[in-house]
Every structure is written in C-alpha cells, then in structure tokens.
Design a binder for this molecule. Structure first.
Ligand code: ZN
Length: 165
C-alpha cells in the first residue's frame, strides 16, 4: 500500500475518459487500497483513479471519513438520479477552489466491487454527492465544469499549469 502524489488540474489525465476495468486482479485491489490510503492522507472524502494518474474506472468515496466505511466502485453506471441538492464542493485535484455545485439529491449507482461482483449503491445526501463527483472524474469531468460560465471564467486564472505532486 502506498500514498501516491496527486495529479492537479490542468493535468491531461483528469480530462480523459477512464477505461473500464476488465481484469479483477490483485493489482486492481492494490490500486483500490492505494486510492483509499491516498484519500485519507490528503483528508479527502473521495478519490478517483485518474487523480493518481491511472485512467481506469475505479474510485473510492467515504464522506464519514471513518476507516472501514469506504465505498469502492469499479466500472460505475449512474442508474437513476432525482431531486436537487447543492453544497460547496472542493476537489483534491483543484486545491483552494471551493464552489457551490448543484447535483441530484438521490442516486442509484451500479458497478462492481474489486472482485468483480455486481454492486448496487442507493444513496442520498453527502454520499450521493461524493459518488457523483467521483463518477464525473471517470468521465474526465471536474466539478468546476458544472458551474455557470461566469463562475468558470472567474476561476480560469486559478487553474494554472500544474502536474502531479
Ligand atoms: Zn475531485
């Protein structure tokens, strides 16, 4: 297990559509553990594989920040989304940027666990928000993409050229 450097915007890996996982190997399970350790090391509530430079469809989320309550999803698909909620979000790949984002209040997400078993997560509140935020990462989307044009323009200067750290 190890803590990885984070890829920061505008690193190109953050804009790629991540590849689906086909082999549920020990490397995949190591990646999931590394994501979890890296998330805790940086005090995040979620982390997607592209944020540590791996363009594969895996993320971890844990709004409770209590160890053992992590939700790891491989090859996620958003099945259903309803209601509206908005909170101020941040992202480990966009340090120092905090903005209010509108998202679905309740979602149902399908996917697989690290052994390839089907997974169904029905969630609301902070977990639903974290799952949508991490799901976006696997599509090459960042939370700032969900802001109005004016707010994105205002932030453009804050997203300087940076790499992994
Ligand atoms: Zn993020």
């Amino acid at each position: 297990m190890c803590v990885h450097p984070l890829c920061l915007a505008p690193h190109p890996v953050l804009r790629m559509t991540a590849r689906p996982v086909e082999a549920f190997t020990s490397e995949l399970r190591r990646l999931a553990q590394d994501l979890t350790e890296t998330m805790y090391a940086h005090e995040g509530i979620g982390l997607a594989a592209p944020q540590i430079g791996q363009d594969v469809q895996v993320f971890v989320a844990n709004p409770s920040q209590q160890r053992g309550r992590e939700v790891v999803v491989v090859n996620p698909v958003l099945d259903a989304a309803e209601g509206r909620i908005s909170i101020v979000e941040g992202c480990l790949s966009l340090p120092d940027i905090w903005e209010r984002v509108k998202r679905a209040a309740r979602i149902r997400m399908r996917g697989q666990d690290v052994f390839g078993k089907p997974l169904l997560v029905e969630s609301e509140g902070l977990l639903a928000i974290a799952l949508q935020h991490e799901f976006d990462h696997l599509q090459g989307r960042l939370f700032i993409d969900r802001l109005s044009w004016i707010r994105r323009r205002r932030l453009a200067g804050a997203v300087r050229r940076r790499g992994c750290r």
